[in-house]
Ligand binder design. Structure first.
Ligand code: HEC
Ligand code: HEC
Ligand code: HEC
Ligand code: HEC
Ligand code: HEC
Ligand code: HEC
Ligand code: HEC
Ligand code: HEC
Length: 480
């Protein structure tokens, strides 16, 4: 019996039982996979014996993955992703060579297979493009009996892993894994990941759940937390938003913006919280002028002090500065050293002598130590030196104001927020000094004043100035 004959025979049976089960579950209000539809068409011929069970496109129907015949929704959206055109892109580049091919086809890369399969073992054109099985793995056993086993993909990322996005998205031309590993998104705050209250931002599985992603992936029920992996920010088969992101970054609307979904936890003091005087991911609200404590009677207008960085003048908000892509060439030879893809997520990234981001944060603010490419590429600043100069000047100003405020607060309560005195996070009575201390912490969130300065210089300066006045008035102390 030929492969497709076998398929057609057994599928009809599968179809009937499954539809009955689906109907029943629907009546019972259970969880139904609405994306799975059944279809009478032949599933194509047997894959070549050496393909490792990879099916690829239906024979004679390039662009139509075998999986698509049952999984309509992910397939229709996959068609709109760059993955669906990966082979054409390679050929169109004029540089195609054999070693390029495994990443632009269905092969052993991206899935559990480690020996050559699919395109690499057969050279059969049904395996062109980054199709379903590139990530999910071989589907032959699954389609023979969909209920018995499913090809479940992995969302883990890391160098040396033999599956996942990272097997293709690495190297000089697309160092996503290497740069991501330098970023904090590759780290997990373990105690936060294990706390359900925190998991929505600190555990990859928790974020996906919070965002309504119910589908299966290998790590879904693992006790080991995933950090903010590629598949948290990117949708594997949906290109609705630019860059295949789960939420857009090309919007100045912080209720819609991808980064703002997590970078928005505590931006105002909370007297009833043991950490209530420390900001926690306040970046979003600071950017739009809504973070911080406003002293009573201070003439600060919420939302009216939004620097241009937080408005529609900055089309991608966070991503303009934190996801900057540029090519780095050898100064002498002009050879490509690295196509930096901005996935260290550093703004004004510290760079080495060649201009390659290092993942460090405490380097000087100058164009030799940092890259200000994003500030210029966005059309906002005329030169990198200009952006560096402004950042330096404003940071110095904010640091001076913050130092003045701290000196006053130390006069009021020398042990600051340690128990006892005017500033005591463990006591729920809220004081002027505590509000001012929160604003001081806001200025220094991230370890230095650079972030607050760039996120919203006018606002942080106004908050610090108002805090200084309020502390002077309340406690009769005065700034030197
Ligand atoms: C013959 C129809 C059919 C084809 C073809 C098919 N599937 Fe499935 N698939 C199903 C059915 C039915 C289920 C649900 C099985 C169950 O839960 O019992 C399923 C489940 C899955 C699941 C698990 C989804 C979840 O959240 O539980 C994945 C992943 C999957 N299929 C991927 C694929 C891939 C990749 C291909 C192509 C290699 C493919 N399928 C081809 C019918 C099919
Ligand atoms: C290690 C896997 C891998 C290999 C090997 C590989 N590519 Fe790619 N290629 C990718 C990935 C991943 C992307 C998507 C990168 C992105 O969108 O930034 C890509 C994108 C491209 C693009 C479109 C984006 C661009 O940079 O212009 C072209 C053209 C391309 N590759 C050509 C080639 C050629 C030519 C070779 C061989 C000389 C090659 N690739 C080898 C993984 C690979
Ligand atoms: C770039 C890797 C990648 C490609 C290509 C890909 N998938 Fe997936 N797929 C995943 C990952 C990761 C998940 C789990 C996370 C998610 O759904 O966002 C998933 C989930 C699924 C699910 C479960 C969805 C649900 O709602 O239960 C199905 C079914 C599926 N994929 C089918 C397909 C089919 C069919 C194709 C090809 C048309 C395809 N996938 C292409 C990586 C991929
Ligand atoms: C088999 C190799 C392979 C795997 C596995 C793979 N990719 Fe890709 N990816 C590519 C190639 C090649 C391209 C470039 C395609 C093109 O430009 O034609 C690409 C392009 C992309 C793009 C660019 C989209 C755009 O609009 O420019 C995104 C985003 C992406 N991949 C994310 C992922 C994620 C997330 C995963 C894992 C869930 C993944 N990829 C797994 C090879 C792969
Ligand atoms: C914190 C969220 C986040 C994480 C984690 C993340 N990305 Fe991205 N990625 C982005 C954003 C934002 C963009 C830029 C989209 C834009 O500017 O339109 C992007 C762009 C891309 C692109 C498209 C580049 C192009 O040529 O336009 C690829 C490919 C990509 N990411 C792959 C990956 C891979 C692979 C990983 C994991 C190693 C990953 N990303 C992790 C947010 C993320
Ligand atoms: C799923 C939640 C989530 C999303 C979405 C997200 N982040 Fe993060 N981000 C985190 C967490 C959690 C950390 C801290 C991780 C740690 O320290 O272990 C972090 C850390 C960072 C850091 C490093 C901070 C430092 O102290 O050095 C930067 C910069 C950053 N994110 C920028 C971005 C940008 C830009 C985006 C949007 C493209 C984004 N993030 C999207 C959760 C997220
Ligand atoms: C709304 C999303 C969100 C929630 C919920 C959340 N966090 Fe965070 N947290 C972040 C982001 C984003 C960062 C990184 C940016 C920053 O530090 O400003 C972060 C940073 C941290 C850090 C500092 C990490 C470092 O780099 O050293 C700790 C510790 C932390 N969170 C603990 C917790 C705990 C404990 C909880 C639960 C009680 C929690 N978080 C809940 C988003 C969140
Ligand atoms: C105008 C450019 C710009 C914009 C827009 C921007 N940032 Fe930043 N961000 C910076 C700079 C510069 C730093 C300081 C980098 C350093 O010290 O090395 C920084 C620092 C950070 C840090 C680390 C310090 C901290 O506060 O923990 C995080 C996290 C962060 N930004 C997240 C975001 C998020 C989320 C958004 C969008 C809501 C955003 N940024 C918008 C430029 C920007």
């Amino acid at each position: 019996m030929g492969y497709s004959d076998f398929r057609r025979g057994s599928l009809r049976r599968t179809m009937r039982t499954s539809l009955a089960v689906l109907a029943l579950t629907a009546v019972m209000g259970g969880c139904v996979d609405e994306d799975t539809v059944y279809n009478d068409r032949p599933f194509g011929n047997d894959p070549p014996a050496s393909a490792g069970g990879m099916l690829g496109y239906v024979e004679g129907q390039q662009g139509q993955p075998t999986c698509a015949q049952c999984h309509a929704t992910p397939s229709a959206s996959w068609t709109t992703t760059a993955h669906a055109g990966a082979w054409e892109t390679l050929q169109g580049s004029g540089h195609a060579q054999e070693f390029c091919e495994a990443c632009h086809t269905v092969s052993q890369l991206g899935n559990a297979a480690t020996a050559a399969v699919g395109w690499t073992s057969t050279g059969d054109e049904r395996y062109l493009d980054v199709q379903c099985e590139a990530c999910h793995g071989a589907g032959q056993t699954h389609i023979a009996n969909p209920q018995a086993t499913q090809p479940i993909p992995s969302l883990a990322v890391g160098q040396g892993l033999t599956n996942g996005c990272g097997e293709c998205h690495n190297g000089t031309h697309h160092p996503f894994v290497e740069q991501w590993e330098l970023s904090k998104h590759s780290e997990v705050v373990t105690f936060a990941a294990s706390n359900p209250e925190c998991a929505g931002c600190h555990r990859g599985q928790g974020t996906l759940l919070a965002w309504g992603v119910r589908s299966e992936y290998l790590e879904k029920d693992s006790a080991d937390p995933l950090p903010v992996v590629c598949g948290v920010c990117h949708d594997p088969h949906d290109a609705t938003f630019e860059g295949q992101l789960r939420f857009p970054v090309n919007t100045a609307d912080v209720t819609a913006h991808l980064c703002a979904r997590c970078h928005n936890r505590r931006s105002n003091p909370d007297p009833n919280e043991s950490h209530g005087l420390a900001p926690h991911a306040p970046e979003t609200e600071l950017l739009v002028g809504e973070a911080g404590w406003i002293p009573p009677g201070a003439d600060l207008d919420f939302g009216s002090i939004v620097a241009s960085h937080g408005t529609e003048n900055n089309e991608k908000l966070c991503a303009t500065c934190h996801v900057v892509m540029y090519e780095i060439e050898d100064q002498a030879t002009g050879e490509l050293l690295l196509n930096s893809v901005g996935h260290t997520f550093d703004a004004a990234a510290c760079v080495d002598a060649n201009g390659i981001p290092t993942g460090e944060h405490d380097c000087p603010i100058d164009t030799a130590s940092r890259s200000f490419v994003g500030c210029v590429a966005s059309g906002c600043h005329s030169t990198q030196a200009n952006a560096a100069a402004i950042m330096n000047l404003r940071s110095e100003f904010v640091a001076n104001q913050a130092a003045t405020l701290l000196a006053l607060l130390e006069e009021v309560d020398p042990n600051l927020d340690e128990p006892g005195g005017e500033i005591d996070a463990s006591v729920s009575t809220f004081t002027i000094a505590e509000g001012a201390f929160f604003n001081y912490n806001l200025a220094y969130h991230g370890g230095d004043v650079h972030a607050a300065t760039v996120h919203n210089s006018p606002w942080i300066r106004a908050l610090l100035a108002a805090s200084i006045s309020a502390v002077e008035a309340e406690y009769g102390v005065s700034a030197p």
